[in-house]
Design a protein around this ligand. Structure first.
Ligand code: AMP
Ligand code: GLY
Length: 432
């Protein structure tokens, strides 16, 4: 008799390695993986791997049927958008990840903003949707205010430009013509960003520790936006620049968003990622993602002390309210190593030699194993997560591991330092 629970992980990045690692702690779980590219970390943990298009619903479905897979965790947004969850659900596989219609909360920014408006959900910035660059430009010409300019569809976090930060008024008028599809123009929010992720079973939400990501490529938050260079959490799972009231408002916004999706007939099951700007007036929604953040998943899943495989079952059977969910009261610091030249001209094919044994957890991302070497690809390479009783300890562990790697990669040495945290705190004091 098969006493295993077969769980599929879709995706090949650091986030998916963290998901697979969390699942692997349950000896009853048998991990399967569908990935675009062989992630050496996932490959080590998986019982069976299929290298194929993660976004092809038929391919993923066929693999599930062949291997009697009962549950699936969808890592990235792309398979959500192409309907992988819809196909798997039809085949009887229970998915952590929303169906295509509910995933629009991330994949269609116009849908997200209109939903928040329709249901009167707080935290909605002033926004305007335009169907052409000409209309968007005409609007910008009527105002001197600063706005965030966003393509409505998926961009891997790299299509957003902020006036006053990346763009002058004149450049913004030109930029809107470069974008395909609808353009969303939103009030520029000033404050400190934080991420709140939650497990969602359609009705109930269970929050995870707050995380702060670092989008900019270089130390001191300068340079182009990236998928995220690294992130940290604190032992109390909160931040000193987010008050209890801010936190409660953010969580309430997420609950209302889930209730609205259910009211629309598109119930949401999976992970909801809320990106907030904590402003003078409280938290405002920058965006929602329909999945774990990458790198944020590596922080929170490294802290999860309850069994993730059991949680997967609770999420997909609507029983999260009865589930036991706990996270270690420790700090985490995650630092991504990225190829030199990332994000604009990443050097692939670089050979890496990891440093001596260390206390950090290592998650592989866009990297392949070739004999004794790890070889860089064109995206974020691998991440180290330090865990400690204090932020300082966690940072030191991650920094030591990241800086010991030899080869054409770099990382941000400032992520998780006390200095950066103090900067966030004083910025928040300034605007409040
Ligand atoms: P997104 O892809 O929507 O997460 O945007 C990428 C980054 O742009 C965010 O992490 C923020 O730093 C910034 N951003 C997005 N929207 C706004 C906004 N309305 N005001 C200020 N910054 C923003
Ligand atoms: N780290 C941001 C994201 O996953 O979208």
């Amino acid at each position: 008799m098969n006493t295993h629970t077969n769980i599929l992980v879709v995706g090949s990045g650091g986030r998916e390695h963290a998901i697979a690692k969390a699942l692997s702690k349950n000896p009853q779980t048998r991990i399967f993986a569908v990935m675009n590219r062989m992630n050496p970390g996932i490959a080590e943990l998986a019982y069976k791997v299929l290298i194929a298009s993660e976004t092809d619903p038929e391919v993923v479905k066929k693999f599930c049927i062949e291997h009697q897979i009962q549950f699936a965790c969808i890592g990235p947004e792309a398979p959500l958008e192409t309907g992988v969850v819809d196909a798997l659900t039809a085949a009887g596989v229970k998915c952590v990840g929303p169906a295509k219609m509910a995933a629009r909360i991330e994949t269609d920014k116009s849908f997200c903003r209109n939903l928040m408006k329709k249901y009167n959900i707080p935290g909605l910035p002033e926004y305007h949707i335009f169907h052409s660059g000409t209309d968007a430009e005409a609007f910008l010409k009527t105002t001197t205010k600063e706005y965030a300019i966003k393509p409505s569809g998926l961009t891997g976090g790299k299509g957003v430009r902020i006036m006053g930060e990346h763009l002058t008024h004149e450049e913004a008028c030109r930029y809107v013509h470069e974008l395909k599809g609808n353009v969303v123009i939103e009030e520029r929010l000033i404050g400190e960003e934080f991420t709140l992720q939650a497990f969602v079973d359609g009705t109930h939400l269970v929050p995870m520790p707050l995380v702060q990501d670092h989008k900019r490529a270089f130390e001191g938050d300068v340079g182009p936006n990236t998928g995220g260079m690294g992130s940290y959490t604190l032992p109390d799972h909160r931040f000193p620049f987010v008050t209890e009231e801010d936190y409660n408002s953010a969580f309430a916004i997420m609950k209302q968003t889930i209730a609205s999706l259910a009211a629309e007939g598109t119930p949401y099951v999976g992970i909801l990622y809320g990106q907030f700007m904590n402003t003078a007036q409280g938290p405002m929604v920058i965006e929602f993602n329909a999945r774990f953040g990458d790198p944020e998943a590596m922080n929170v899943l490294s802290l999860l002390t309850s069994d993730f495989s059991t949680l997967v079952q609770a999420i997909t059977t609507g029983t999260l309210d009865k589930a036991e969910v706990s996270f270690a009261k420790k700090a985490t610091v995650c630092k991504y190593l990225v190829p030199e030249g990332y994000p604009d001209n990443p050097v692939s094919g670089g050979k890496l030699i990891p440093g001596p044994d260390n206390k950090a957890l290592c998650y592989y991302a866009s990297v392949v194993r070739e004999g004794e070497f790890l070889v860089t690809q064109s995206s974020r390479t691998m991440a180290y997560v330090g865990i400690g009783d204090t932020l300082e300890e966690a940072e030191r562990i991650a920094e030591e591991a990241a800086s010991a790697v030899q080869g054409p990669v770099r990382h941000r040495s400032d992520i998780g330092t006390r200095e950066v945290l103090e900067k966030r705190i004083s910025h928040m004091k300034e605007i409040r």
